[in-house]
Design a binder for this molecule. Structure first.
Ligand code: CAA
Length: 448
């Protein structure tokens, strides 16, 4: 059977940045280390006044199509994953296709377009849809474009405001991919949860602490479900573990739990037993409370062991590099984590083709998904082609009052139009938002 997976990726960050320790923390009266050490964040990307989910998604897609030399007729499917849609009927993929048709010969008339919704896991679901479409032989030799695009903004003053971000990830899903092949095996953890939602509102209602517990619970279930089909996961089975990263501190917590789970009943647990004892087993305790207390103490000790720290530094820490500079991109976040891991492999000059990634996606509401990916021969060229460092360096650094203004521009309830404040950067060779049409549709132009 032919392999199916991600052939190419392009990333597009919002063109502004908010510096959390130096601009955000002083205004909130917080210790900057709450952001850098606690949450693990340095900056968040923010959209300029002429940017939104369509411009960022279309710009990422154009960059990808140009680099791969693709024309619209070679794309049979465009799926957009987003939590920031502004239209309950017309999918964002139609807006993005409309943008792309402004600059390419030909059109996407015969491509199947849609929009996927399940909070941040929707991007991974859209990849799944493309994978199934290709495997079913319905693609007529064409590839699929999956675009994850979000302006992950919170209401001013919400605790989530520290974890904002804005950006898009465009991925080409195809047969015989250059970057990674997707595993057939998958695991799910899925429950009706009320942790983070947007019931007909722009900014989320969030129960922050609960959302973190739900993330960990669903992720553990997905891991167990994955193991039930693929067999027990061993630490040496994978080189990196890119996970959904709402902020790096969240993944730090998930990694410790995953490590405890994976080493249970293995030689590694025995090796550690001499130092910190075996992991507590529930049947050894009188009640649940005593057991949970013992687990907490054990985890505190586990976190500080050399064995754990060495594994974390090699397998997880490198996946968080970009996220710490851009914040949460919701649907794009796990795909940014994958790119961070692959960039680390380039930096370390690893002989990486054939190696495995353990990928953990998560969406509030809530659902986690685990699968593995096998790195393909063309991976290095694909990763070296990314220009994300240049994009990050070019971001405009917002002052606090500029941040307040631009947040208002993007807030639908505020009467601040995009034309009412100066743009901070000058668009060049990209799609921009130009205003509303007669049916309240959003309109876009390509700026040379
Ligand atoms: N030095 C070092 N660390 C510090 C510190 C200091 N001076 N001050 C605080 N910290 C640490 C805290 O101890 C804490 O770490 P631990 O959790 O390990 O104890 C961390 O910094 C954050 O501090 P608080 O818990 O006090 O922060 P908060 O209450 O203001 O908000 C939050 C944190 C709840 C995550 C909030 O940012 C939020 O609501 N975020 C949005 C929801 C979210 O991202 N949830 C994640 C799971 S849901 C999901 O993944 C879907 C999604 O994308 C949204």
């Amino acid at each position: 059977m032919t392999t199916v997976g991600i052939d190419a990726i392009e990333i597009r960050t919002g063109k502004l940045k908010l510096d959390l320790p130096n601009t955000f923390a002083p205004e909130k009266g917080d210790d900057p280390e709450k952001y850098t050490k606690g949450l693990g964040l340095q900056d968040s990307s923010f959209p300029d006044v002429y940017e939104d989910i369509v411009t960022m998604g279309a710009n990422a897609a154009k960059q990808l199509m140009d680099r791969k030399g693709l024309s619209p007729s070679e794309i049979g499917r465009i799926d957009v994953a987003t939590e920031s849609a502004f239209d309950h009927s017309k999918p964002v993929s139609t807006y993005i296709a409309g943008c792309l048709e402004q600059v390419y010969d030909g059109d996407f008339r015969h491509a199947n377009k849609g929009e996927r919704k399940f909070a941040c896991v929707a991007g991974t679901q859209a990849i799944d849809d493309a994978y199934n479409w290709i495997r079913a032989g319905r693609n007529r030799g064409r590839a699929a474009l999956v675009i994850c695009t979000d302006t992950a903004l919170y209401a001013r003053g919400d605790p989530g405001e520290a974890t904002q971000g804005a950006g898009a990830v465009a991925m080409l899903i195809d047969e015989d991919p250059d970057l990674v092949a997707l595993s057939d095996d998958q695991g799910y953890g899925s429950m009706d949860e009320t942790d983070f939602l947007k019931p007909n509102q722009q900014f989320p209602s969030v129960d922050g602490k609960r959302s973190m517990q739900v993330y960990l619970a669903r992720m553990r279930e997905a891991l167990e479900d994955y193991e039930s089909v693929a067999g027990k996961i061993e630490l040496d089975d994978f080189q990196y573990a890119p996970f959904h990263t709402p902020f790096p501190g969240m993944v730090r917590k998930a990694a410790l739990l995953a490590y405890r789970h994976v080493i249970r009943d293995t030689e590694r647990e025995e090796e550690l037993a001499e130092e910190i004892g075996r992991q507590p087993r529930e049947d050894e305790y009188e009640d649940r409370e005593a057991y949970e207390e013992a687990i907490r103490e054990h985890m505190d000790e586990l976190k500080d062991t050399e064995q754990y720290q060495t594994w974390y530094a090699k397998t997880v820490e490198p996946t968080l590099e970009l996220s710490s500079k851009v914040g949460n991109w919701y649907t794009g976040s796990v795909h940014v984590a994958r790119v961070s891991a692959l960039r680390d492999a380039v930096e370390k000059d690893l002989d990486f083709a054939g190696e495995t990634l353990l990928v953990g996606s998560y969406g509030s509401g809530a659902q986690a998904e685990i699968h593995t990916e096998t790195v393909q021969d063309g991976w290095r060229e694909e990763v070296e082609a990314l220009d994300i460092d240049e994009q990050l360096a070019a971001r405009y650094d917002l002052t606090w009052s500029e941040y307040e203004d631009v947040h208002d521009v993007h807030e639908y309830d505020e009467d601040v139009g995009h034309e009412m404040i100066e743009q901070f950067t000058t668009p060049s060779e990209e799609f921009v938002f130009t205003g509303w049409g007669r049916m309240n549709e959003r309109q876009y132009d390509y700026v040379e």
